[in-house]
Design a protein around this ligand. Structure first.
Ligand SMILES: N[C@@H](CCC(=O)N[C@@H](CS)C(=O)NCC(=O)O)C(=O)O
Length: 202
């Protein structure tokens, strides 16, 4: 399998999932700025929408959308408990988390990276993000991970987007449960490996 990624982008989430799952894959750098691969190939020819992540399966077919990709990866390694079994209410709880992270958190950060977005609009998104994180902080009370004692692909996704708080100026310093959870996820060997491989840490 090939995972198209850009360092520190939301593609870090499936990258973490791959390493947590212990699956063999080829990471392929597809810069979100140039939309070109390192050999100059136009990334729009691979994903017409231009964004990462994208997973190319061994049969050459391609899967888009982070929440779908991480569930696909989790299901390839069922013994790793990265997602509850399909058809169970717990699986819908995971999907509830992935949808929340994608629509309420991830896509509220996107305007903060847009140089053409006016500052007052950015402030609106920062305020929204802070209120979502305040709620999340309460949800993490007494829990090691979002779904309880086990790390799931939802933790990898929330970790990935929460890494953007500092560079975009979203103030999450006062959220003790959230910060303890973030440190717990950051310390996982697979997360360290993925971040090192993307050049985000040494
Ligand atoms: N709906 C997509 C959105 C992915 C997305 O926003 N990717 C960003 C990086 S975090 C990107 O590649 N941006 C560059 C672009 O859109 O050209 C998903 O959830 O996978």
């Amino acid at each position: 399998m090939k995972l198209y990624y850009s360092p520190g982008a939301c593609s870090l989430s499936p990258h973490i999932a791959m390493r947590e799952a212990g699956l063999a894959f080829e990471p392929v750098l597809a810069s979100t700025k140039s939309h070109k691969l390192q050999d100059g190939t136009d990334y729009y020819g691979i994903n017409p929408l231009g964004y990462v992540p994208l997973l190319e399966l061994d049969d050459g077919s391609r899967l888009r959308e982070g929440p779908a990709i991480v569930q696909y990866i989790a299901d390839l390694a069922p013994t790793k408990n990265l997602a509850p079994a399909n058809g169970t209410i717990s699986r819908y709880r995971l999907q509830e988390w992935l949808t929340f992270i994608g629509t309420e958190i991830h896509k509220s950060y996107s305007p903060l990276f847009n140089p053409n977005m006016p500052e007052d609009a950015k402030t609106t998104f920062k305020t929204k993000l802070k209120s979502r994180y305040e709620w999340l902080d309460g949800q993490l009370e007494g829990k090691d991970y979002l779904m309880g004692e086990h790390f799931t692909v939802a933790d990898g996704y929330l970790f990935t987007v929460t890494n953007w708080a500092k560079p975009t100026g979203v103030d999450i310093a006062s959220f003790a449960n959230l910060n303890a959870w973030h440190a717990r996820v950051a310390a996982r060997p697979a997360v360290q490996e993925a971040m090192k491989a993307e050049g985000l840490i040494k």
